[in-house]
Design a protein around this ligand. Structure first.
Ligand code: NAD
Length: 356
């Protein structure tokens, strides 16, 4: 009996998660799987209820669950709060406690929405990329870090980029395993022509590939070249594997190919659990209006089916239902074009459910 902790959070997080959960229940019924769902607070709503953005009890519940389905956190109400109590700290703490070392960010260009991209339709059509980013090490966490006064008005600031073999191996293993469920190709991104840490990155990925994943096609690209190729021939990529900083940049570049924030799902997967959440925030400007696009949340739920519960068939059905509704011309306001049918959050959910 898969156990899921549902954490809608704040703003449109609540609205889009409600839609995903209703679709999840239907998927469960259809597939004879009984999901056990429990709701909890995170972010601003947790600050209002408990004075802190995440309680230990919530973290414990997340650890005891097979997956966490999250909405979004934050909003103007909590903006002027002390830094360590901000809504986002709750999310960061949850990720830390679940040791989510891999961030999965798919970027799919739907034929019906290809014109929303800033690139030409013929370049982006058919794009279906999964960026696998290392999330808990690399230069964002490396020590020593800091700054020094050198005297004479001169300052020095520094950060350290380091990786260990096991840190590289666990995220690379995930990338290879994901590639096997997709088009069987991994592009590993590094800067091994300049950085020692990236020589270790490339050697470790190559060695793991030879040892366990020789059936998967592996290519290596320097990050500068990868950034260029991603806008030149994006449809050639399948899984893109990168360290924390390069993955941060590449995943946003890949996201931009698709043109809409309301369509982007993500997952953070770790040793103690996995969190599935839309890339977008709580969108205070449209919260409560019933117009938010629920697709990013629905696709995050589909990722949960695939990666936490091995329900690949059910995940593909949800993704196909989304595609069909878009092909039929239904659009929420954020992806609306003239001549299409404008629908709200709930209606978009019902249409997708209808296609299932
Ligand atoms: P945002 O993603 O909330 O919104 C950016 C813009 O995109 C807004 O105009 C919004 O209306 C629109 N948008 C976003 N998602 C949409 C959807 N599903 N449907 C339709 N339109 C959508 O980013 P922001 O405005 O920079 O941040 C708002 C709040 O969310 C802040 O408190 C921020 O800290 C927080 N935030 C949280 C997360 C998270 O929970 N993971 C991520 C980003 C921002």
């Amino acid at each position: 009996m898969p156990k899921i902790l549902v954490v809608p959070g704040d703003g449109i997080g609540v609205e889009v998660t409600e839609v995903s959960v209703s679709i999840l229940r239907t998927v469960g019924e259809r597939n004879g799987v009984e999901f056990t769902l429990e709701n909890d607070l995170l972010g601003g709503c947790a600050i209002d209820a408990h004075g802190i953005p995440v309680t230990e009890e919530t973290i414990e519940k997340a650890k005891q669950s097979d997956a966490v389905l999250l909405g979004a956190v934050g909003g103007p109400k909590w903006e002027n709060i002390e830094h360590h109590l901000k809504p986002e700290r709750g999310l960061l703490e949850l990720r830390k406690q679940l040791d989510t070392f891999a961030n999965l960010r798919p970027a799919i260009v739907y034929a019906a929405l290809a014109d929303a991209s800033t690139l030409k339709r013929e370049v982006v059509e058919g794009v279906d990329i999964m960026v696998v980013r290392e999330l808990t090490s690399g230069i964002y966490f490396g020590h020593p870090r800091g700054n020094e006064q050198l005297g004479g008005g001169e300052s020095k600031a520094f950060n350290t980029l380091h990786y260990t073999t096991s840190e590289i191996e666990r995220v690379a293993k995930m990338a290879f395993e994901i590639a096997r469920k997709r088009k069987n190709k991994v592009t590993s991104i590094d800067k091994s022509n300049v950085l020692e840490s990236m020589v270790l990155w490339r050697d470790t990925v190559t060695e793991l590939h030879e040892r366990q994943f020789s059936d998967v096609t592996l290519e290596h690209l320097y990050v500068d070249n990868a950034a260029m190729q991603l806008i030149r021939r994006p449809a050639d990529f399948d899984v893109m594997l990168a360290g924390n900083m390069f993955g941060d940049i590449i995943s946003d570049e890949a996201a931009q190919l698709t043109g809409s924030l309301g369509m982007l799902p993500s997952a953070s997967v770790g040793n103690e659990g996995a969190i599935y959440e839309p890339v977008h925030g709580s969108a205070p400007d449209i919260a409560g209006k019933g117009i938010a696009n629920p697709i990013a949340s629905i696709l995050s739920m589909a990722m949960m089916l695939r990666y936490s519960f091995d329900m690949d068939g059910a995940a593909a059905q949800v993704e196909e239902a989304v595609r069909k509704v878009l092909d039929k011309g239904y659009r929420t306001s954020d992806i609306y074009e003239e001549g299409k049918a404008r629908v709200g959050t709930e209606e978009m959910g019902s249409l997708i459910l209808g296609e299932l």
